[in-house]
Design a protein around this ligand. Structure first.
Ligand SMILES: Nc1ncnc2c1ncn2[C@@H]1O[C@H](COP(=O)(O)OP(=O)(O)OP(=O)(O)O)[C@@H](O)[C@H]1O
Ligand SMILES: O=P(O)(O)OC[C@H]1O[C@H](OP(=O)(O)OP(=O)(O)O)[C@H](O)[C@@H]1O
Length: 233
């Protein structure tokens, strides 16, 4: 058995994860053909690279199929109920920053806070006969947040992409999605509610509580932790 490290298989997160480990003396790379999902590790014995979709990594950690995983802190919180029971946050990595926010049309001049949204939602239901729709793919985080804030008169509409477009397309009145530069929100005439930041996410190295840890796995983890502690980056 080797210690399995799950890393996003493509895009920004994969490249920045490779750079992050490289700056700490550990080489991660994709091997094989361009589209083949296999990888190699150098600089540490007994560790295997597993390339996965960022959104699958939380479940793989919770099932114990990987020992360590890099993914957004938003995805761990959204994909896993009681995430603390399944994983431990070892290290925030300082990239992949994105805020999960709630946004409404800019033209809703009376709605700037969650309390305003609550009032608007009640009025919306009275007028339209159905609950105000919030489009998102972050179902757990949005539900938990709105429950905490005392907002109940809404329904979630699932949107797995191009979420900001749902308002213009009249399939939702509000959205909850991640933003980094804010460009997509601006382009779609949406504004963030003042207190509508649900979670500030960044790429994070997680450890599974559910994986089986052999003596060799623990040794490899200790070598990894020593490399992280020794790096002055
Ligand atoms: N500007 C951004 N757009 C999208 N995701 C971002 C951005 N900045 C940081 N992230 C983070 O990247 C992660 C999502 O990565 P990615 O889109 O590769 O995941 P995925 O849902 O597994 O993708 P796919 O389903 O296409 O494989 C989330 O943790 C998110 O917070
Ligand atoms: O604040 P910004 O810098 O504009 O970034 C935010 C956008 O980026 C992400 O979408 P992505 O491009 O990953 O596509 P998606 O809509 O398919 O999720 C996210 O869902 C927002 O739409």
């Amino acid at each position: 058995m080797t210690l399995k490290l799950g890393v996003p298989s493509k895009g920004r997160l994969m490249e920045k994860t490779f750079d992050w480990f490289s700056a700490r003396g550990i080489g991660l790379s994709r091997t094989g053909a361009e589209r083949e999902y296999s990888g190699a590790v150098t600089g540490i014995d007994g560790m295997e690279l597993v390339l996965l979709s960022a959104s699958e990594i939380p479940r793989e950690l919770a099932r114990g199929r990987i020992h360590l995983g890099v993914t957004g802190s938003d995805l761990v919180r959204d994909k896993l109920a009681a995430w603390h029971d399944h994983v431990i946050e070892l290290e925030p990595m300082g990239f992949g920053f994105a805020d999960l926010i709630i946004a409404v049309p800019k033209c809703w001049v009376d709605v700037d806070t969650i309390a305003d949204l609550d009032s608007a939602a009640a009025a919306f239901r009275a007028t339209h006969g159905f609950r105000l729709r919030i489009a998102t793919k972050y179902h757990r985080l949005v539900r938990e947040y709105l429950r905490k804030e005392g907002v109940a008169d809404y329904q979630l509409v699932d949107s797995q992409g191009a979420t900001e477009g749902t308002v213009k397309n009249l399939t939702a009145e509000a959205i909850a999605d991640i933003t980094s530069t804010g460009e997509t929100l601006r382009a779609n005439h949406l504004k963030i509610l003042g207190d509508g930041i649900i979670h500030r996410s960044q790429a994070t190295l997680f450890k599974s509580r559910k994986a089986q840890w052999t003596g060799d796995d623990r040794k490899a983890l200790q070598v990894l932790k020593d490399s992280l502690a020794a790096a002055h980056v």
